[in-house]
Design a protein around this ligand. Structure first.
Ligand code: A3P
Length: 375
């Protein structure tokens, strides 16, 4: 008897059913409601189940209290399932989804890569987001809860679905816990591009970026103080430290992407090479994506000695370079910070070398140099 009660208690505490009567499907003849009310009466009269209800918003609250992990939806492409496609509005299309994602990490040359990509006649980027500048930041943050219509509105309708390549770059996707799973659910065939530079340089560039955005903690503490802060350091310093250092755990983050995407869908670009020989990198990117026509970046890019970087070559020898916030001028990293970071990232770099070896990819020169220090 006790066991029976236990079962009932479990059932009672766990079960929330949501019914839709589809009244209009029955030609508004009230048959749906009639059936529903009688079913409820039947259950109440002939079983021990206690039926309760609440207004929709309160019911939703109760439901998510009981099933908190269901708060987070996982969007899929509606067109992947014929049943969904059949009932989806004719006004809508599934073509406004990216064929590839540039996932970051921040400060590795992601904006330069985007500038070069959109020079290609078949590659189209998203429209800018008013909140996060050019980045949509859908898969990593709460924007994800705005749904796929919100996401798709950032993309143009491609004029040729087969040959046009839509993409978006959100540099925080790289180290996001959620992004790989969410991206694989909505755009499982998407290609993924990441760029790596020496994580120590990345951390320093990021710190300089924060300073120029007048982040109070970055203005208050030196770079060495940020990277070497201990567990008892003030909260703002610890937070800044985490944001500065964690994206540089390259192997762990890439491994997470590889749980959801097969290796052939992932391209790892050497950021140093992107900086010094972008045309070679762009040839590799075009091959990886399978875009056509082949675009000749050797002719379309030029080194701007004033900027100190490669830029788009315009008519009459003019250039279009990235703005002041990319390729900033700042003093070189001090030697104590360099030594600290070299040791901090040692194990992560060893893991990265093993990962690249497993993927059959060459090691970038900064990684080879760092590995020399391990021996
Ligand atoms: P710095 O400003 O620290 O030099 P991201 O766009 O991912 O934020 O990366 C910015 C970094 O891209 C810059 O960091 C710069 O070194 C690098 N970069 C690579 N190629 C570049 C280019 N052609 N123009 C400007 N910056 C480039």
């Amino acid at each position: 008897m006790d066991a029976e009660k236990g079962v009932l208690r479990d059932v009672r505490s766990a079960l929330i059913s949501i019914f839709m009567t589809h009244l209009s499907n029955y030609g508004n003849d009230r048959l749906g409601l009639y059936t529903f009310v009688n079913l409820a009466n039947f259950v109440q009269t002939w079983t021990n189940l206690r039926l309760q209800t609440l207004p929709p918003a309160q019911l939703a609250h109760k439901y998510f209290e009981l099933f908190p992990d269901q708060k987070d939806p996982l969007w899929q492409n509606p067109c992947d399932d014929k049943r969904h496609r059949d009932i989806w509005s004719k006004e809508k299309t599934c073509d406004r989804l990216p064929k590839f994602l540039v996932i970051g990490p921040q400060k590795t040359g992601t904006t330069a890569l985007c500038l070069f990509l959109i020079m290609h006649p078949s590659i189209l980027s998203n429209s800018p987001s008013p909140k996060s500048f050019e980045e949509v930041q859908f898969f990593n943050r709460n924007n994800y809860h705005r749904g796929i219509d919100w996401y798709m509105d950032f993309f143009p309708v491609p004029s040729n679905v087969t040959t046009d390549f839509l993409f978006e770059k959100s540099a925080n996707y790289f180290h996001s816990e959620e992004a790989p799973k969410r991206a694989a659910s909505l755009v499982p065939k998407a290609k993924i591009i990441t760029i790596l530079i020496d994580p120590s340089d990345r951390a320093y560039s990021w710190y300089q970026h924060q300073r120029s955005h007048e982040d109070p903690a970055a203005l208050k503490f030196s770079f060495y103080e940020v990277i070497s802060a201990g567990p008892n350091a003030p909260w703002e310093l610890r937070t800044l430290q985490k944001r500065c250092l964690v994206p540089g755990w390259y192997a762990s983050h890439i491994e997470r992407w590889l749980v959801y995407f097969p290796p052939f869908q992932l391209l790892i670009i050497d950021g140093q090479q992107l900086r010094t020989a972008p045309a070679t990198v762009m040839d590799e990117v075009q091959k990886f994506l399978g875009v056509s026509p082949h675009y000749n970046y050797s002719e379309a890019l030029t080194f701007d000695s004033h900027k100190g970087f490669w830029c788009q070559l315009l008519e009459e020898g003019k250039t279009k370079c990235l703005g002041k916030s990319k390729g900033r001028k700042y003093p070189p990293m001090d030697s104590d910070s360099r030594a600290f970071l070299s040791s901090y990232y040692r194990d992560h770099n060893v893991e990265l070398s093993k990962l690249l070896h497993r993927l059959g990819q060459p090691l970038p020169s900064w990684l080879r140099q760092e590995l020399q220090k391990v021996r």
